[in-house]
Each structure stands twice: as structure tokens, then as C-alpha cells.
Design a protein around this ligand. Structure first.
Ligand code: SF4
Ligand code: SF4
Length: 320
């Protein structure tokens, strides 16, 4: 646990980054949607990059193009955003739009091609809320940010509801649960796929089992996708618990700050670092993610652990 960039650098010294990265180190980073103010600060990233360069390694900040309407949906547009947000003058920035196929539990994910020849990279994740996952940390940064648009869309599609009318009692709980107005329950049940974001809240809310996921729960989809990204490789993770907002850095607004700044965590295990991040937030601010997003994010840790991505167990060591 660290309270400054200098302490993060000290923590990073515990990992053999030079030996693992050899001559180039891609650093996975969400560089923020235009309008959002909560993404990881370029001044912090600059310190990490300086440390990496000091070892004779070439750092490259990278992310993937997004699947929704945004300048970040195209490589050039995302590079403009990286310049606007102060990342492009830190080091080279690479935006990946292509992938290669990796299978996890019978599902295929298109992992960012930049990773294909690599067995090591670094991941910097802003810890904040997320409207569909409850919260986003390292696992979400990998699972959504480490794959192509097609896979991103697929994970969202999987969590859309399938309706079994024979079980439905028209109680309206699903309509109440849907944050996007995609379900209407009157004398009949109706659903607008166009408005549905695939959050799965309606499926979880239905007391009769009349709604099922098209394929998988969104959190499980993310955990599987993150496992695909990490298949055959390792990473050192930095979780940034600063500007802990209600919503994700993909949101131009990002919502209010829901917990005080808690510093930084460093680990080589994406499940342990997210587990520790959640525990710290719960301890200091309560179950804020459920409060603002209506979703308990904890199951993502269980899914990820079962898939072998890491362990929820951790020792929190204070770096001074
Ligand atoms: S999956 Fe989410 S957005 Fe889609 S209908 Fe259900 S609650 Fe609404
Ligand atoms: S929550 Fe379930 S039972 Fe109630 S209206 Fe929706 S689908 Fe029907």
C-alpha cells in the first residue's frame, strides 16, 4: 500500500521488471473519455515511465479502441484524446484495434494483438465504480480493455435477458431494476434490445426465474476475458485509488466522488489487488459501489479465482 508515486516506485522494485520486460514494456492504461476528469493522472504515469526508462527499457502506453460512439472508437481519435489528456508527451502511445483468438472455457476472445509476442506487461488501473460491473479495477481493465471491440460487444451481449413468459407473474421488478428503461411491464412484458446495455440487473432482480442471461453474467464474462488476456503471460499491476468516482472513466461525466483518496496498491496478482482495493474501500467508505450502481461487484473475484486468474488472499504491506 503506497501513498505517493515515490512509494509506488519503491514497491515496483520488488518485481524483476527489467528481467521480465527485456527491452520494451507496454503499460496498459485507460486514458479517459473526453470530459471525464477522474482518470489516472498523467503526472503519476510520468513517474512510473521515468522509472521504467531508468532501467533501460522502452515504455509504451497502450489501450484498445472502444465499441461505443466516441473519438476513442478509432485509433486516430484515441491518439487525439491521449494528446489532449497529457499522455502523448510522456512516451509513445499505442492504440490497438486488432486481436488474436484465445479460448477460455469454450468461449473465444480476441485479445489485443500488441500482447501476442509478449509474456510480460504492466497494468495501471483506476479503481472506480462501473454501471454494469459495480466497480472496475485490474480485472475489468484487462477483461474489457485488453480485448477488441468485437469481444467487448460480445461480453455485453451475453448478459442481455432472455424472457420465459411462462414463469412471469408481471410483478414489474425487472422494470424497476433496469437503469436504461429497456423493460416495460404493464399487461404484458416488453423489452427494447436497442435500449438494453446488457447489465443483467433485470435477470438478478426477477424473483421468478423468468429472465435468464443470453449466455453469461457480465462479471463472469469479464473474468473469462481477463483470463484470456493473461493466458501465457504475467503482469505487474498498479491500482490507483484516487478520485474514486461512481462511474467509469468511459463516462464523459464519471459521476460524483464516492470515497476519499486511499492511495495506490501494487501486486503481481490481478485478483488479489482488486480484492484488497474493494476491502479498503468497504472499510473506509462502506459498500458504495452497490449504493450507487445497484450491483454487488464481489462475485467477479470469485469467478476470476475459480478461473485460476489469481487469489483473493493477500497481505497488505505498507511501503514507506
Ligand atoms: S440487461 Fe440491464 S439494460 Fe438490459 S434490460 Fe436488463 S436491466 Fe435493462
Ligand atoms: S421480474 Fe420476472 S416475473 Fe417480474 S415482471 Fe419481470 S420477468 Fe416477470
Amino acid at each position: 500500500m503506497c501513498s505517493s508515486a515515490n512509494e509506488v516506485i519503491d514497491a515496483l522494485k520488488n518485481f524483476d521488471i527489467k528481467g521480465l520486460a527485456k527491452d520494451v514494456l507496454p503499460i496498459k492504461l485507460h486514458m479517459g473519455e473526453p470530459g471525464n476528469k477522474n482518470f489516472v493522472s498523467p503526472s503519476f504515469v510520468r513517474e512510473v515511465v521515468r522509472y521504467v526508462r531508468g532501467m533501460g527499457i522502452r515504455p509504451v502506453l497502450w489501450d484498445t479502441t472502444v465499441a461505443y460512439r466516441s473519438p476513442r472508437a478509432a485509433e486516430e481519435g484515441y491518439l487525439d484524446v491521449a494528446r489532449m489528456h497529457g499522455f502523448a508527451d510522456i512516451c509513445d502511445v499505442y492504440i490497438e484495434d486488432e486481436g488474436y483468438s484465445v479460448e477460455v472455457q469454450g468461449y473465444r476472445f480476441e485479445v489485443a494483438k500488441i500482447l501476442q509476442p509478449l509474456d510480460f506487461f504492466m497494468t495501471i488501473s483506476h479503481v472506480k465504480g462501473h454501471i454494469q460491473a459495480g466497480f472496475g479495477g485490474a480485472i475489468k481493465n484487462l477483461g474489457m480493455g485488453g480485448v477488441t471491440k468485437e469481444s467487448k460487444k460480445k461480453i455485453h451481449e451475453w448478459a442481455k435477458p432472455v424472457y420465459y413468459g411462462i414463469k412471469c407473474v408481471l410483478c414489474g421488478e425487472c422494470e424497476k431494476a433496469c437503469p436504461f428503461g429497456a423493460i416495460r411491464v404493464d399487461r404484458a412484458w416488453s423489452y427494447s434490445p436497442r435500449k438494453c446495455f446488457g447489465c443483467g440487473l433485470c435477470v438478478e432482480a426477477c424473483p421468478e426465474g423468468a429472465l435468464k442471461y443470453l449466455r453469461e453474467n457480465f462479471l463472469k464474462g469479464l473474468a473469462m476475458s481477463a483470463t484470456a488476456v493473461m493466458k501465457g503471460r504475467r503482469s505487474v499491476f498498479v491500482n490507483v485509488l484516487i478520485n474514486i468516482s461512481a462511474h467509469c472513466d468511459c463516462d464523459p461525466d464519471g459521476g460524483p466522488i464516492i470515497c476519499k483518496d486511499l492511495g495506490y496498491l501494487v501486486s503481481d496478482d490481478p485478483v488479489a489487488i482488486d480484492s484488497a482495493s474493494l476491502d479498503l474501500i468497504y472499510k473506509n467508505c462502506g459498500r458504495v459501489f452497490e449504493k450507487v450502481n445497484g450491483i454487488n461487484p464481489d462475485p467477479i473475484l470469485d469467478y476470476a479465482e475459480k478461473l485460476g486468474l489469481g487469489t483473493k488472499e493477500y497481505d497488505l504491506i505498507r511501503v514507506r
